[in-house]
Unconditional design. Structure first.
Length: 357
């Protein structure tokens, strides 16, 4: 995102540095940003210069300063990102005494273990600031996808802001999510569905009293599927956390066709009342017999299909949706690109634009 924004500043440079405590090294590089490059066409890669260091993050700050000074300190800033969790041993020793000649803007990505030193680092620089704005969205999903979910579930985006007592007359809704890709390994598709879509659906279902949510994912090695279904507690929120699911693991023979059948059984156990299936493909896998039988599966509840990336299986996703009453295949982007919050993007605009004054 920083690189993309810098394409609007001719002859600008971008550098990076990261530190590894094992072995004690830092990796860094700096290059001129080519204004003709975009995230669609791709950016010229960085080199990976690895150097031994002795003071971990203090060495990192000193090296970042050297990289900017090599350009004469003209219009330079340092963006300093902490995970907000690590504060052990001597990893940050010396950083709070580091005096910078350029603004250092510090951020925490999650916890607040290191906030006081992030404030000190920023304060020891001209115009630096410690920022508490959220960097990643929770979940990392696109606004159009969230609105689409509202329409599929029968709600509106405004429902999220309304007290539960004001939403009445709604029938319970039963939703089963199908991870329609090989979940043997943790892939980007897995993280998108399991860490993003999963709790977004759960959050939206808290507005439907006595609703159920289920999930199923398939692993080709060994040939098994894992599933569960539970009633969604309307008193739970993403802040308080949700009651965990059980993990029933069973042997299957037809991979995704078995997944669809099991999802259907889970909805039918509630009597098919107001049930839907959300079916997420990674858009990449279409090999062997992984999807055999899915295109002939006829559902008695709507099956809404999505692709998370590639389009290798779009025809099959359309067939699955078509073989259900009211099912749809949607190409809307599920994850954001990049996976960062709008407030953080605007903050970057102000920080990068501010360096031009």
């Amino acid at each position: 995102m920083v690189q993309e924004k810098l394409t609007h500043f001719p002859d600008s440079c971008m550098g990076y540095i990261y530190v590894m405590s094992t072995a004690n090294t830092y990796t860094s590089d700096m290059k001129v940003v080519d204004s003709a490059e975009t995230k669609e066409t791709g950016y010229t890669g960085f080199a990976r210069r690895r150097t031994t260091c002795t003071k971990n993050m203090a060495s990192g700050l000193a090296e970042a300063h050297k990289m900017i000074s090599s350009r004469g300190h003209h219009n330079g800033i340092i963006l300093f990102f902490s995970d907000g969790l690590m504060n052990e041993g001597d990893f940050f020793d010396g950083t709070n005494n580091f005096i910078s000649e350029v603004p250092v803007h510090t951020f925490t990505l999650a916890g607040d273990t290191y906030n006081n030193v992030l404030q000190s680092i920023a304060a020891n620089s001209p115009g630096g600031k410690f920022h508490t704005k959220p960097v990643p969205e929770r979940p990392n999903l696109s606004t159009p996808f969230s609105k689409l979910l509202d329409s599929l579930l029968g709600g509106t985006p405004e429902d999220v802001e309304r007290p539960l007592g004001s939403i009445s007359g709604r029938d319970p809704l039963d939703v089963v999510m199908v991870y329609a890709f090989d979940c043997t390994d943790s892939t980007p598709a897995w993280y998108t569905v399991d860490s993003g879509v999963f709790w977004l659906v759960q959050e939206k279902l808290t507005h439907y009293v006595d609703s159920c949510m289920g999930y199923i994912y398939v692993m080709s090695t060994p040939n098994t599927y894992t599933s569960d279904m539970k009633v969604v507690d309307s008193a739970e929120t993403k802040e308080t956390g949700y009651t965990g699911f059980a993990r029933r693991r069973m042997t299957c023979t037809k991979n995704m066709a078995s997944g669809l059948v099991e999802a259907h059984k889970m909805v039918s156990s509630r009597g098919y009342r107001n049930g839907i299936i959300l079916f997420f493909s990674d858009g990449l896998i279409n090999k062997g017999d992984f999807f055999d039988g899915t295109e002939k599966f006829v559902s008695t509840v709507p099956v809404h299909t999505f692709t998370l990336g590639g389009d290798a299986y779009n025809q099959g996703l359309q067939d699955i949706a078509k073989n259900s009453p009211g099912g749809t295949f949607t190409r809307l982007p599920v994850p954001e690109r990049p996976h960062l919050s709008a407030p953080f993007s605007k903050l970057l605009d102000s920080l990068l634009g501010g360096t031009m004054d």
